[in-house]
Design a protein around this ligand. Structure first.
Ligand code: 5AD
Ligand code: SF4
Ligand code: FES
Length: 369
């Protein structure tokens, strides 16, 4: 108990200390979450910011070994929302004072796709009198594409590194020249250089992943000086190659707590970043997202994809809210967040406070409401 208590008085850790903290259980683990909650209240406050999530297409050119919508999975209906449907979902977010939206889809690199997104981004700005903040999560693209989307109005980008271990990255992706760790890193760097608020994240509890790997992931995110994090437990999907290793996984409940500990440690070390309470947390624990808020998370991405498509965007099994519509999630989430003791920052962008600071400027980015 003493070692952990002493560690919790510090605000930065080396690999070994992180490993010790990632192994905490029971009362020690509770203290870790409590410390993260305290730092959250001090540094970013107890407001939760919404980003309305539109999963507008499950068509993906990649074949990640863990993901349910990988290219080779024939066991699902592929869909691609029309621009009208996307803009209607965005309008729902705007009308409900969500203040920001996230556009996410499978990864497609093509001139047609680039053009379409560029027009959509401009359309979203127009639909919302320039008021909605826009995050995009559209995978690896060239510098030029990132630049065009930034100019068209996107100002945050999510691109998970998945794991900072080159070796593990290789194991969970096909070796076909299209799943390259270095390219992922280059993309992250380029997003940062272009001026995006840059988010990354990992999956926790992957087969072959060690506690030390996860400790190194935390150090990677710290040293890369990211602005935002989205992370969650790995959840096996039967139509994927990694499913064959399901017997080697740690139990879901442990995976869940490991993800909670990563959130708490990132909050303690990085203090002013934005951390999302990912939906995957709720796939394991019905109160997963609320618990994540109590361990340091401050962003929630309510799903605003039209209900009829949700069943087809299952990256992992047990994904919650697939039978719901946007209205259902709005009222459900509000109750849940209040239960966690937080309030909702309706109508506020809630940008990462870390972004202006790392750029040596304490002023918020333009357009903050
Ligand atoms: N379990 C948990 N998260 C997953 N993702 C993809 N497949 C899974 C899975 N089986 C996550 C990846 C990806 C994000 C869009 O979804 O981290 O970056
Ligand atoms: Fe495509 Fe992303 Fe799934 Fe990989 S994780 S298969 S890039 S949607
Ligand atoms: Fe979607 Fe509760 S958040 S139903």
């Amino acid at each position: 108990m003493n070692i952990v208590k002493k560690l919790l008085e510090k605000d930065n850790y080396n690999l070994q200390e992180l490993t010790t903290l990632l192994k905490t259980e029971g009362e020690e683990r509770r203290l870790l979450y409590a410390r993260a909650a305290e730092i959250k209240a001090q540094h970013v406050g107890r407001k939760v910011y919404y980003r309305g999530l539109v999963e507008f297409s499950n068509v993906c050119g990649k074949n990640c070994h863990y993901c349910g919508i990988r290219r080779n999975n024939r066991n699902l209906t592929r869909y691609n929302l029309g621009d009208r449907e996307i803009l209607d979902a965005v309008k729902f977010a705007y009308d409900n004072r969500y203040a920001s939206v996230v556009l996410q889809s499978g990864e497609i690199e093509s001139p047609g796709f680039t053009d379409r997104i560029e027009k959509l981004l401009m359309g979203i700005k127009k639909t919302s009198n320039n008021e909605l903040g826009i995050t995009i999560s559209l995978g690896e693209q060239t510098d030029d594409v990132y630049r065009r989307w930034f100019s068209a109005g996107a100002h945050r980008y999510l691109l998970r590194i998945e794991t900072s271990s080159r070796k593990l990255y290789r194991k969970i992706h096909p070796d076909d020249g299209r799943h390259d760790f270095d390219r992922r890193l280059e993309c992250l760097r380029s997003l940062k250089d272009l001026g995006y608020q840059t988010g990354t994240g990992i999956m926790v509890g992957l087969p072959f992943q060690t506690i030390e790997d996860i400790a190194a992931d935390i150090i990677f995110m710290r040293d890369f000086d990211i602005d935002m994090v989205g992370l969650g437990p790995y959840i096996e999907h039967r139509d994927t190659p990694l499913y064959q290793y399901r017997d080697q996984l740690i139990p879901p409940e442990e995976r869940f707590h490991l993800a909670m500990k990563v959130i708490a440690l990132l909050r303690i070390i990085m203090k002013d970043i934005n951390i999302a309470a990912a939906t995957a947390m709720q796939a394991i624990d019905p109160l997963g997202r609320e618990k994540a808020l109590m361990a340091g998370a401050n962003v929630i991405m309510p799903n605003i994809t039209p209900g009829k498509y949700r069943d087809s965007y299952k990256l992992y099994e047990n994904k919650p809210c697939t039978d719901e519509e946007a209205e259902d999630c709005t009222s459900c989430l509000e109750a849940r967040i209040h239960m966690a003791g937080d309030e909702i920052g309706y109508g506020e962008w809630g940008d990462s406070k870390h972004y202006p600071r790392r750029r040596g400027n304490d002023e918020p980015v333009s357009g903050q409401r």
